[in-house]
Ligand binder design. Sequence first.
Ligand code: ADP
Length: 497
Amino acid sequence: MNILFATSEAAPFVKTGGLGDVCGALPVELARLGHHPTVILPAFRQVHQAGIHLEQTGVSVEVPIGQKMVRGHYLRANLPDSNVPVYFVEHHDYFDRAQPYREDGEDFRDNCERFVFYSRAALEAIPLLGLDVDLVHCHDWQAGLIPAYLHTLYADRPEFDALPSILTIHNLAYQGNFWHWDMALTGLDWKYFNWRQMEFYGNLSFLKTGITFADALTTVSPTYAEEILRPPLSCGLEGALQHRADVLTGIINGVDYDVWNPATDVFLGPELQFDADSFATNKPACKADLQRRMGLPERGDVPLLAAVGRLADQKGFDLIARVMKQWAVQIDAQWVILGTGEPKYHEALGQLAAEHPERIAVRLEFSNELAHRIEAGADMFLMPSQYEPCGLNQLYSLKYGTVPVVRATGGLADTVVNATEPTLADGTATGFSFEDYTSLALAETLERACRAYADPVVWSQLIRTGMQQDWSWTASARAYAKLYQETRERTMLAAAE
Ligand code: ADP
């Protein structure tokens, strides 16, 4: 099938989170399976700085935004190591900014206008660039208007004849809500500005619009698809989502094992690399290396607990900080934290590290290399998230023999099998999980994990089972391909009726 990916991020061109990873990897995997994806992105400044040559297409586009016509043009490149074409919508005033969506902690005030322009230019690219498209796969609020355009303004144009769309929600908390007068910028009739379609508590909501008009909806894990039907994870959109529950499914994200594989990891190098057969010797070496780099005592007998991620409320760093504070004076364990984010966490974690340098090491920075070394050297990886649409770190941890300790939510619930008597007995256990979002539940689960760590037979079994799992993109890409096909057939049938 020919799929147009309408997304504001695709690695390595532009990435601020998981959205960029998915839209960089999934099209390549679909192409491997014989499909024909094309990606269309805004030409953000990051895209120009990605070090990949962008060709001029010589094709320009004019988009009505409210009362004015706005002109842009298209650039072109390929996703690396693939034949997947990527087109970029170029408009300097809108997209040549330091960050894609915000500045100094505030969203850009013209985000509605910027993404109306992007959405309409993405659709106009189909006839202007002569793209062959069977389905548009839209991602997050930034492309949320596209399903509405296809069902309204563009429905009667033969080039868009019954073109179906799918919307993938990567994180429901980001909705693209704007004051109601911005409705005039969209070119869509005010009759759609009602609580059943585009309005969300008096505002225009791009994500709600997508949820309303897309022919199918997905989230990035099956459990998250269930959780968002009810508060609190529905973020106020439970009504809109329940109304579309029949077309909502979850497909777990895959991992790029070319990058995240301890047997080939370029940051570890040949001396430290390991696989399911050699972890018993090389993983301890990775641990010693990590302890040295982090300034912790070099000890093999003490459990090393790690967390890497955005220091945001979502990720449960308040729970981690509380348990760390208590454990640092009571329990012989080491902690390594890598992250950047909210100042309150920088302060709390930094202070704990200063008070307990022999047990706690914190790096408040973004370091891909250190993230790889932590995955390789730690014994346990903590993700006590409030919510987690998919989560990638727990999947990396499984591959690196670093036993995940997670809260059973979203993708964490779908990918980590809690160690219990039955799951240990049948050999399916891969980690530890808990339900209640409390520091007590996290502490109890960590105690349970530390008891298992003290038993080398149990611990090796957990490591080996995790390392043997396959969370590559292949299975996920197949699930998307099946959904594309079903959605196209269903919409064609509906159009014929
Ligand atoms: P989210 O997309 O919600 O931030 P994920 O677990 O899906 O969470 O993905 C986070 C990705 O970002 C992982 O690849 C993780 O290693 C990486 N990451 C987050 N913070 C840092 C950091 N400070 N240094 C290096 N990598 C980080």
